[in-house]
Design a protein around this ligand. Structure first.
Ligand code: CTP
Length: 449
């Protein structure tokens, strides 16, 4: 009996896949199909897959062509499978020519002609092309423009910026830069906002009132009540409003949260997060302050993320100590917040005028999780114990600082119409962030040094 094996993602199964499977089967008597798992796809940069592994397996099964279906989960598994299943022929489409020649050592390798004119990528793009407008004066706009190219189903519709000196040549060359926010809204389905935080509320409100989905850098609003009002408006209009904190979408960060919640370090007693970035632009220049975010708005939402994710938002007490550079503009060089919970504590340090080690430490009764600097762009963490022999190290590929995954999640939430499909960020955390921003901006119970 000649055994044949082939692999693929088989997202939104199309006739190109079916033709490939038919010809693969015809090469022998028994066909094994390896369907790629989400994590493995993501680690090899395939981030847009729209169907779950089970849906894709079911679609392959429904063709009736495969004799056996297996899941591909790791790099190098093909070698293992060929040996384990005693495979005679490995085959894939001609888009992979040469890539799998190394398998000739284990079995015969056959590349079959790829069917022209169809692909999962094309199907995903046709399914929904969300026109995304970018708003704000920051080089993060440039990063978003770059990262959007990796995401199926997004088309950049333009950029709204009051000052284009922050924009890259790539973005300026889009030739769709405007200063008129309403003009941008007219040609978009969704906006990503990174304008000065003082503008967020008005801009989000206008977008939602005009039926546009919103992804906004944290803080969503400078007052808790405004934040609540915006989420309520989004719900009423059946639109997606999402707090954009890219760290939340990093696989390593998300996995460490899950792991911490399993109790691997015992009961969590303390969370400490530091985020600093020394800014050269901090000077007493009125114009700079119009665009520049203070340390609190720039970093506190990110630093609070692991605190709220792990300990919740119901802290009993909080103490904010800040060092201001400019009283009137409320521009802080450095701020430290201590939280006291019923049975845990947390501490965050943020600064644009002070430099420190950007690490995250989660201490528990059995051990601790350590994430080295810069933890907010993390692809790596360690779980450490008294007995170092039990320590474990964890690595998850992070592409595009998390922005890419953030956009994929945003698109999926829009497609499904379900904000709950975004398990990385929720309204409660946005509200807790806005509450603290409000207290900070209004000098409520703040100690100044
Ligand atoms: N395939 C094919 N003809 C096509 C599309 C895919 O023969 N038009 C083959 C691929 O060469 C591969 C298998 O089908 O052997 C599974 O491919 P997969 O990567 O899942 O599908 P694509 O449509 O290429 O997906 P994407 O656009 O996401 O890369």
């Amino acid at each position: 009996m000649t055994k044949v094996i082939t692999y693929g993602t088989y997202d939104l199964l199309h006739y190109g896949h079916v033709r490939l499977l038919e010809r693969a089967k015809a090469l022998g008597d028994y066909l094994i199909v390896g369907v790629t798992a989400e994590d493995f796809d993501r680690s090899r940069g395939k981030i847009n897959v729209s169907q779950s592994l089970m849906e894709r397996i079911e679609a392959v099964r429904a063709t009736g062509i495969a004799d056996e279906i297996i899941v591909e989960e790791y790099e190098g598994q093909k070698i293992d499978d060929i040996r384990r299943y005693d495979v005679d022929i490995f085959t894939v489409g001609s888009d992979w020519v040469g890539k799998f020649d190394y398998l000739n050592e284990y079995c015969k390798v056959v590349y079959l002609d790829r069917t022209e004119g169809i692909s999962s990528t094309q199907q995903r793009n046709e399914k929904c092309a969300i026109k995304l407008g970018l708003v704000g004066e920051s080089n993060v706009v440039n990063k978003f423009a770059r990262e959007a190219e990796y995401v199926n189903g997004i088309e950049l519709s333009g950029v709204c910026a009051q000052d284009d000196k922050f924009l890259s040549e790539q973005v300026k060359n889009l030739d769709r830069v405007t200063q008129d926010y309403k003009e941008l809204l007219e040609k978009t389905d969704a906006v990503y906002i990174i304008s000065h935080p003082s503008k967020h509320y008005e801009q989000i409100k206008l977008a939602l009132e005009n039926g546009k989905h919103v992804l906004c850098e944290s803080p969503v609003a400078l007052e808790k009540q405004q934040c609540r009002e915006l989420y309520a408006l989004a719900k009423e209009k059946k639109l997606i409003l999402c707090d954009a904190l890219k760290t939340a979408y990093s696989m390593a960060y998300f996995r460490l949260l899950l792991q911490a919640k399993t109790g691997c370090i015992g009961k969590i007693i303390c969370v400490e997060a530091t985020c600093t970035s020394l800014s050269e632009k901090i000077e007493e220049n009125e114009q700079e302050f119009d665009f520049s975010w203070n340390s609190f708005c720039s970093w506190a939402p990110t630093a609070m993320l692991p605190v709220f994710h792990l300990l919740g938002t119901n802290y009993k007490k909080r103490n904010i100590v800040t060092k201001l550079l400019n009283e009137e503009k409320h521009y802080d060089l450095f701020t430290k917040i201590d939280f006291v919970y019923d049975d845990a504590v947390a501490s965050i340090k943020v600064g644009k005028g002070v430099k420190s080690e950007g690490e995250l430490i989660i201490s528990g009764t059995k051990g601790y999780i350590y994430v080295p600097a810069p933890w907010w762009k993390t692809d790596y963490y360690e779980i450490r114990y008294e007995n170092a022999e039990n320590n474990t190290r964890h690595f998850y590929q992070l592409d595009g600082e998390g922005i890419r995954y953030e956009l994929v999640t945003f698109v999926k939430a829009i497609e499904s119409g379900n904000i709950k499909s975004n398990m990385y960020m929720d309204e409660e955390i946005s509200l807790a962030i806005s509450k603290l921003v409000e207290e900070f901006e209004n000098d409520i119970d703040i100690t100044k040094i």
